[in-house]
Design a protein around this ligand. Structure first.
Ligand code: PMP
Length: 311
């Protein structure tokens, strides 16, 4: 560290130039300017992808589904026997501190729990203490016009990691399966891909969950098909769609079922709700964002809008 970190008690960050030094990033209790926010090369998060993370949105300074995200990361860390050295309330306060310290109103928080500093061997228990990092920044996953026009996707050749090997519901720091599928999409000139299980069931996308609209009803694969249990998926399925009188069913689907959909949309914290209007050469429905997707997208906007009550 070349200079003292900026903490709540030393607001030196205020005098620093923008760009390189913003955002201020929280690492284990201290806020560092971006250019000084660094971790050890012996951290097992870096050496082995050993850790968990969350992507969380805040709208008008309110953290959307904060408790659900915290519950998920605590659950996942417990599954990999990684105790988080803070309480959920402390983590929540820390995220609010990151938003305030950076003067942000709308944005995205990347919350990371790494195994921490250890030896070059695999043994995770040689790492003394988990490291916690929180980055509050802005995000734009897809270009704005894609939300109006819908997006084209492909079907990845690479299947999703089988649950027995590494459960896709574990939001771990090891995202290579998703990244390599994303590379397939980019090579094909698109930004997202549908991923199938090794048995050929539709699961999710490289960084989003998937919904299909058929005869006015929403269908989405069950978690057992192998996917992240998306917070946005749960919100759409259990709250938003029912509040708009749209029926939802979990259904095992083949890619042929998806290709015959009236509408398709993806959900994710960063993506929110976005229509898929083409899968490879197949145009979906009218080729435009469908009416059910539009209602849900408008409904989502309302829930997270400026005037919405605190979650
Ligand atoms: N699937 C994967 C693989 C993801 O990484 C994500 C998050 N980007 C999602 C689905 C969507 O989950 P959430 O709604 O919790 O962001």
């Amino acid at each position: 560290m070349t200079s003292a970190p900026a903490t709540r008690n030393s607001p030196m960050s205020e005098t620093r130039p923008a760009t390189e030094d913003r955002p201020l990033i929280w690492i284990d209790g201290t806020l560092y300017p971006k250019s000084e926010a660094k971790i050890s090369v012996y951290d097992h998060g870096l050496l082995y992808g050993d850790g968990c993370f969350e992507g969380i949105r805040f709208y008008n300074k309110r953290i959307f589904k904060a408790r659900a995200h915290l519950d998920r990361i605590y659950r996942n860390c417990e599954r990999i026997r990684l105790p988080i050295p803070y309480t959920k309330d402390e983590m929540l306060a820390m995220m609010r501190e990151c938003i305030d310290a950076n003067g942000l109103t709308d944005g995205y928080i990347r919350l990371i729990v790494t195994r921490g500093v250890g030896t070059l061997g695999l043994n995770p228990f040689k790492c003394e203490r988990a490291g916690v990092i929180s980055i509050a920044d802005t995000i734009a996953l897809y270009p704005p016009e894609m939300y109006e026009n819908g997006m084209k996707v492909i079907v990845a050749k690479r299947p999703r990691t089988p649950t027995a090997c590494l459960d896709p519901s574990l939001k771990s720091l090891n995202y290579l399966n998703n990244i390599l599928a994303k590379v397939e999409a980019i090579d094909a000139g698109v930004l997202e891909c549908i991923m199938l299980s090794t048995e050929g069931w539709v699961g999710e996308c490289s960084g989003d969950n998937i919904f299909v609209v058929k005869d006015g009803r929403l269908l989405t694969p069950p978690l057992e098909a192998g996917m992240l249990d998306g917070i946005t998926r749960a919100f759409v399925k259990d709250e938003l769609a029912p509040s708009l009188g749209v029926e939802v069913e979990e259904k095992w689907m083949r890619i042929e079922d998806v290709l015959q959909a009236d509408e398709i949309f993806l959900t994710g914290t960063a993506a929110e709700i976005i229509a898929v209007t083409q899968i490879e050469d197949t145009v979906i429905g009218s080729g435009k964002e469908g009416p059910v997707t539009k209602r849900l997208r408008d409904g989502f906007r309302k829930v997270v809008s400026k005037d919405a009550p605190e979650d």
